[in-house]
Design a protein around this ligand. Structure first.
Ligand SMILES: [Mg+2]
Length: 294
């Protein structure tokens, strides 16, 4: 692996929810309330604050946005993403809708959307088949609401406690046989066509921006591809990949979990950017706990 960017800008690709920003329910704060970190609101929904990051995390992100090609990479739809306010919002590239949409300076790239539509054609079952499966006779009562995301994929709001593991396994197999993948994140269960990936869009942005070194962060199975694509990757010690014990040689796992993991990820990335041109040594010597490949 060549960690020398050779003068090319470093690209930082990061998932948002439960990686950089956190709802009140996912913060996992520990310790006394009076010692809790100061927070900033990263998203308002229906006139109420919904997602947060620590103030220190926001300051770190401001520095990262100045020094790198920073690309938010999210499964959120364009509308859901537009509510998120981060340093650098609306500038440069952003990947939404799990990679189906590439935003540049806030505008969707038509060539990319056309490319994605074409790639869906023969490789996977139509969206209506998956929608029908989730709402038809095979539906589980713990699947409370089913929604489509810009007609690219399907997500359901589920009652996590009541949702049987066997249903998830069967759904995963059913989808797999039809060229779709599943991911469970909090109360959201995603079914996504296999060709719609975050990593394909990140690779495209890397090419267009002429970036060299790629640093990536994410917490769910839908982020596994960008973590594998990256030269240096980090994930929080919570979430779907953590439950899977996901590990790779280039991957560091945070010490903290919850909203403090978000801050730790940004400190880690900031440290990578602060290093001289080679951006070495490897991730393992930084803060956090590298895990052996397995
Ligand atoms: Mg996430």
């Amino acid at each position: 692996m060549n960690l020398d960017s050779g003068g090319a800008p470093v690209m930082v690709a990061s998932d948002l929810d439960r990686t950089l920003i956190y709802s009140a329910n996912s913060m996992a704060l520990v310790g006394s309330d009076h010692l809790a970190p100061r927070m900033v609101v990263a998203e308002v929904y229906d006139a109420a604050p919904l997602s947060f990051m620590t103030r220190a995390a926001e300051e770190l992100l401001e520095g990262i946005v100045e020094r790198s090609v920073f690309v938010p990479v999210t499964t959120r739809t364009q509308a859901q993403f537009s509510r998120v306010r981060l340093p650098g919002s609306g500038r440069g590239y952003a990947v939404t809708t799990n990679g189906a949409v590439l935003l540049h300076e806030g505008e969707p790239d038509r060539d990319w959307s056309r490319h994605i539509r074409r790639s869906l054609g023969s490789e996977c079952a139509p969206l209506d088949d998956v929608l029908g499966h989730l709402t038809g006779s095979a539906a589980d009562p713990a699947v409370l609401r089913v929604r489509t995301a810009e007609d690219y994929f399907v997500y359901s709001i589920v009652d996590r406690q009541a949702l049987p593991d066997v249903y998830l396994d069967e759904l995963n197999d059913w989808c797999g046989a039809r060229g779709w993948t599943t991911s469970l994140q909090g109360r959201k269960l995603y079914c996504v066509p296999a060709p719609i990936t975050k990593e394909a869009a990140v690779e495209e942005v890397r090419r267009r921006s002429g970036s060299g070194l790629l640093v990536a962060a994410g917490d769910s199975r839908l982020d596994a591809g960008i973590l594998e694509l990256a030269d240096i990757a980090i994930r929080p010690s919570h979430g779907e990949l953590h439950n899977d014990s996901f590990s790779r040689p280039n991957l560091t796992v945070t010490s903290a979990s919850g909203v403090m993991a978000g801050e730790e990820i940004l400190r880690f990335v900031s440290d990578v950017l602060a290093r001289p041109a080679t951006h070495g040594p490897l991730a393992g010597s930084l803060s956090g706990h590298p895990v052996p490949s397995g």
